[in-house]
Write a protein that binds this ligand. Sequence first.
Ligand SMILES: *Cc1c(COP(=O)(O)O)cnc(C)c1O
Length: 433
Amino acid sequence: MFTCDNLGVNEAGHLTFAGQDTVSLAARYGTPLYLMDEARVRHNCRVYRDAMRRHFGKNALPLYASKANSFTQLYRVMRDEGMGVDVVSCGEIRTAAKAGFDLSRAFFHGNAKTDADVACAMDCGVGCFVADNEDELGAIEAEAAKRGLVQKVLLRVTPGIDPHTYEAVNTGMVDSKFGRAIATGQAEELARLALSLPHVELLGFHCHVGSQVFAEDVFERAVDVMLRFIAEMRRRLGFTASLLDLGGGYGVRYTSDDPVLDIADKLGNVARVFHAVCKELSLPEPAVVLEPGRSIVADAGLTLYTAQSVKRIPGYKNYVAVDGGMTDNPRYALYKSRYTVLPADSMNAPRTLRCDLAGCCCESGDILQPDVLLPETVRRGDLIAVCTTGAYNYAMASNYNRVPRPPVVMLRDGESYVAVRRETADDLTALDE
Ligand SMILES: *Cc1c(COP(=O)(O)O)cnc(C)c1O
């Protein structure tokens, strides 16, 4: 019935999340409200950490891709769990630093890092840059030379795998804005350049094939292409990669139509290909790094809203509009993403009203989810939950329409605490001169 086992129903017919009554949480903190199940975040980290150690050896490390959700307390959890992090901006770097996260375990991504970004990351001691292109390598070399240090670097390359069409094409994804393609020879050129720079220490290569990936063999194919590229660079450039970063992208269950992924099992399959291909190519095994984002935090999140209006248009459709919307969750508006919507305060009522769950913004496209089922009796004041919102919701939230962003409340051991407070009207005008 539920997409994740941290959801349930109590005797009052209320939805529970991480064992806590969502109606009580809404009454205490107000709506809209982001909830995060801390135990679930930790569980997801441990699944990756344990499976990677078991299958890839003790040098393997999962990095939490913090663009999925970034706030100070979350980096403290990552620190406790022995995770590395992938960061994509100085904002994320500074937030991790504020949490006391050891930034030598941070990998800095991005395809358009400014000189200021490069300097900020070096100020903060970011362990490894994932360099996207020649321009960036030049900026890293210049800044590192100025400081008299040698910066560790991975190169982002595109293996030519489209994770969704399920076809192994050598030219597909060559036109990506990210990285340099193996197929065009530009990845090799980037490696030659990196090896020529005295203040750059090349560790290896990175790829990221896509997101919300369920297809059986996407990572197996990526591992195969990347290892063959590494072997080729060894032969042609005399460079032996000590690190292979396979990116993120495992899918999560937004609705019960999505499959259940056994991550540990999947990683076992990827590792079998990894060990076999290394052996075939007589390649010393590089340390393996993965960058899960969504699959660490998505099912640890839930958003609560209060219904504000119910609109029936006979012969057409129905709308239930709530006190949040594309400002706290733009994913349906952006990508037509699917979500599970539940009547949090009346879970035992039959759900017979087919409707669109609409947001409160002045924008026809502000729909949280079309075509959902809610009780016929739904009315203003009722509590509505959208599940699996832990990834790419708070991180993508905006102040469009000058709507303040909701707080993030963490649930832990039957208690709750505010990790990010609700924005106020003063926050909204704080930057206005
Ligand atoms: C977005 C991204 C990730 C995380 O992807 P998920 O689908 O959230 O697991 C990892 N690595 C890179 C480079 C990314 O851009």
